[in-house]
Design a protein around this ligand. Structure first.
Ligand SMILES: Nc1nc2c(ncn2[C@@H]2O[C@H](COP(=O)(O)OP(=O)(O)OP(=O)(O)O)[C@@H](O)[C@H]2O)c(=O)[nH]1
Ligand SMILES: [Mg+2]
Length: 420
């Protein structure tokens, strides 16, 4: 399938667009983020422009005057690529490509491209491929990219004519269902792991948050792991689960997963369902916020919007304000979210409080119960100690009495030893 992509070192012009009803500051902030995305994808931003419109232009999204202005910018700067900060239809892309005379991408396509560059695992690659196919389906138009081939655009420039269009659609549909099937298999395998964790009732946390907020760095410091943590958006695509030992609570697991961003392409959300399920299954969410970011508030809003969309609002959420080491102190006073903790994954500051908060929230889900083990069953105390926090043990005449903290599921598992 043909696809316009960003190449390493591509010279890029970014175009911020919005309607008059949107605050201009927001349009500009979005554009800055788009520039960061271009850099993350390996491109080089050499120019930018903004247009605020009373309404969208159905044939080119932006106004004809703006199209002309961008065309001149491209000619002058020899840019290879123009990226608009808004979803484009297939027709709009084609028209812009023809009129401006270079490759055109929109924000979703750029994000998908970054995901494609980052995907390393079998599952990650499948998810990205699925997202791209889902994204392309509605964009498919006849004679796609023909104008580009006249310009000697290189890869992905030969396209089907109108007659081949139906054929292409059908092939894409077939491929989509094939990938979905493969993904199903992978996710079933992971679900089995989750089930066994469930059976043992190990409490689970999921790190969620805006991309680059420090989720992987937190996982590393919390669990002594070494997953990739890097100053780039979407460094993490695949979920990783690790054990964490909290001094004041039972052992638990923490899952690190893909980060969020504003205007996350819906196709990505659909394709990454299995990955997102890891967070959906967690008992407690750890919402990681970059306290040092000037866009902190909007980033929180974006994540909270997605929490609603995924129907996670009823979950217990701990807010972790990360990067205190580089954030202006007064910013802490602006924070209204509870429960919360200020930490630095870099220096370890605040981690004692974080662990305490995590342990407390597990303990909140638990109640104190008394169990009795007669001599023949006393060896089971060892297993119990691994699964539950034991508060005290007392020798009784024919065995041991034990007081422990348990969740309802765990109580069910140990019910034959429970003392009324
Ligand atoms: N100064 C400072 N930098 C931090 C802190 N935590 C993380 N970072 C840096 O922030 C960048 C992003 O960290 P990651 O842990 O990769 O962030 P992430 O949330 O996993 O990002 P994605 O996986 O890309 O969504 C890295 O360069 C980290 O070194 C912190 O507490 N202080
Ligand atoms: Mg990460």
């Amino acid at each position: 399938m043909n696809q316009v992509r960003i190449n390493e070192k591509d010279k890029v012009i970014v175009v911020g667009v919005g309607l008059k009803t949107e605050p201009i500051t927001e349009i500009k902030e979005n554009l800055i983020e788009l520039e960061e995305l271009v850099t993350a994808a390996g491109g080089e931003v050499i120019g930018s422009t903004v247009q605020v419109l009373p309404q969208w232009n159905p044939s080119t999204l932006i106004g004809t005057g703006k199209v002309q202005e961008i065309k001149e910018m491209v000619q002058e700067s020899q840019a290879q690529l123009v990226i608009l900060d808004h979803q484009l239809s297939g027709i709009q892309s084609r028209n812009l490509q023809e009129q401006i005379g270079c490759k055109i991408l929109d924000r979703s396509q750029l994000i998908l491209d970054i995901f494609a560059q980052r995907a390393r695992t079998y599952e990650g690659k499948l998810q990205v491929e699925l997202a791209q196919l889902l994204d392309q389906m509605p964009r498919m138009v006849g004679a796609w990219n023909e104008s580009l081939s006249r310009l000697g655009g290189g890869i992905g420039t030969r396209g089907p004519g109108e007659s081949a269009l139906e054929n292409d659609r059908r092939r894409a549909k077939e491929k989509i269902s094939m990938i979905k099937k493969k993904l199903e298999e992978v996710s079933q395998h992971r679900a089995q792991h989750r089930q066994s964790r469930r059976r043992n009732e190990i409490p689970s946390f999921a790190l969620i948050g805006y991309t680059n907020s420090g989720k992987s760095s937190l996982l590393n410091r919390l669990t002594g792991s070494q997953v990739l943590a890097k100053n780039m958006v979407f460094a993490t695509l695949d979920p990783t689960t690790r054990k964490v030992f909290l001094d004041e609570g039972p052992p638990a697991v923490v899952t690190d997963t893909v980060g969020f961003i504003r205007k996350l392409p819906p196709q990505l959300i659909e394709a990454f369902k299995a990955t997102l399920e890891e967070s959906a299954e967690a008992d407690i969410l750890l919402h990681v916020v970059d306290l040092s970011s000037v866009n902190m508030e909007r980033q929180i809003e974006v994540v909270e919007g997605l929490i609603k969309e995924f129907k996670w609002e009823d979950k217990k959420i701990i807010h972790i304000f990360n990067k205190v080491d580089v954030a202006p102190v007064e910013r802490q006073f602006r924070v209204k979210h509870f429960p919360r903790v200020f930490v630095s994954a870099l220096t370890g500051q605040g981690f004692d409080q974080l662990k305490k908060l995590m342990a407390d929230s597990i303990n909140e889900m638990q109640t104190e119960v008394e169990l009795y083990f007669d001599r023949t069953n006393e060896f089971k105390l060892y297993d119990l100690g691994r699964e539950a926090k034991i508060i005290r043990k007392e020798a009784a005449t024919e065995g041991t009495i034990c007081v422990a903290m348990m969740t309802p599921t765990l109580m069910n598992k140990w019910k034959e030893f429970l003392v009324k």
